[in-house]
Write a protein that binds this ligand. Structure first.
Ligand SMILES: Cc1cc2nc3c(=O)[nH]c(=O)nc-3n(C[C@H](O)[C@H](O)[C@H](O)COP(=O)(O)OP(=O)(O)OC[C@H]3O[C@@H](n4cnc5c(N)ncnc54)[C@H](O)[C@@H]3O)c2cc1C
Length: 253
């Protein structure tokens, strides 16, 4: 484990912050790290930036993520990783479909992907849109909000359906709420386009030992978090069930 310090904090809105850490790390877009918050917990976080320093973009949902939100510049964190497989760069024209904080693992991929790129960035409302200005520098950006406060009114998947009907892509990359990713999978199967989706499951070890993140025989931490359409089609829990910290199945549809 590397012990590092928070070098910079970006506050996006009341529930999202990006923490930059003074740790040099090479990684694949889509890989994640286990973040140890002293005295609280250790949780998985995607790398929203890596290189001479790394960054994690944190949505406040519970105890550990709230503790990260309360940290200050100079505070210490423990980092293990990078873990997982990451996204594979394929083809010359890609569609990215991001929902909420799901943009975090996609951001380094959008920067690294060489070729034509179109990004659909969806959020519940305009205050929850993340990295809008940064994405515009690298890709053709479409915004969707559930309440219509910015961009197209509706779900990211509604716009994805329209775009996929009029344009051909070599690959679709997605990350966000699982019901959204399930709809993206259905669209890709219909349009016969390869898909890569980054999944989230409750994780403890991050390295394939504890079994907490098992889904239909795969470990999200080691075999994923990125899965392609041929595996996603076979995952009976995908878009329907996840397990909580007690291992109990809970509905996500
Ligand atoms: C590979 C991977 C990458 C991730 N990347 C990011 C990221 O870039 N940014 C980010 O904000 N979050 C990310 N997450 C989710 C993040 O790890 C959880 O939100 C966090 O562990 C919740 O901890 P907590 O103590 O704050 O909340 P808890 O009190 O543990 O839980 C609060 C709520 O969040 C849900 N939750 C807990 N753990 C997870 C999980 N692993 N996946 C989905 N829901 C969960 C719980 O069911 C509960 O409803 C990622 C998860 C994985 C597996």
């Amino acid at each position: 484990m590397f012990i590092c310090r928070i070098s910079k904090i970006l506050k996006h809105n009341a529930t999202h912050k990006t923490l930059f850490l003074d740790l040099k790390m090479r990684a694949q877009p889509g890989q994640f790290v286990m973040v140890w918050i002293p005295g609280i917990d250790e949780i998985p976080m995607s790398l929203s930036h890596f290189g001479n320093e790394i960054a994690i973009t944190v949505e406040k949902v519970g105890e550990a993520t709230e503790a990260l939100h309360n940290m200050k510049k100079g505070d210490k964190l423990g980092i293990r990783g990078p873990y997982g497989n990451g996204f594979k760069i394929v083809g010359k024209k890609a569609l990215f479909v991001a929902g909420g904080v799901g943009i975090a693992p996609l951001l380094p991929l959008i920067k690294e992907y060489e070729g034509e790129k179109c990004v659909i960035l969806g959020a519940r409302n305009k205050n929850l849109l993340l990295f809008e200005d940064e994405i515009k520098k690298f890709a053709n950006l479409y915004i969707t909000t559930d309440d219509g406060s910015a961009g197209y009114r509706g779900f990211a998947t509604d716009l994805a359906k329209k775009i996929l009907m009029r344009e051909k892509f070599d690959v679709v990359y997605t990350c966000g709420p699982e019901p959204m990713m399930k709809k993206v999978l259905d669209l890709c199967i219909k349009s016969k386009i390869p898909l890569q989706a980054s999944l989230e499951r409750y994780m403890k070890c991050g390295v394939g030992i504890c079994d907490s993140c098992a889904i239909d025989g795969y470990h999200v931490c080691k075999d994923g978090p990125v899965f392609n359409e041929s595996i996603l089609m076979k995952l009976s829990d995908f878009g329907k069930w996840k397990r909580n910290e007690a291992g109990r199945k809970i509905s996500i549809s």
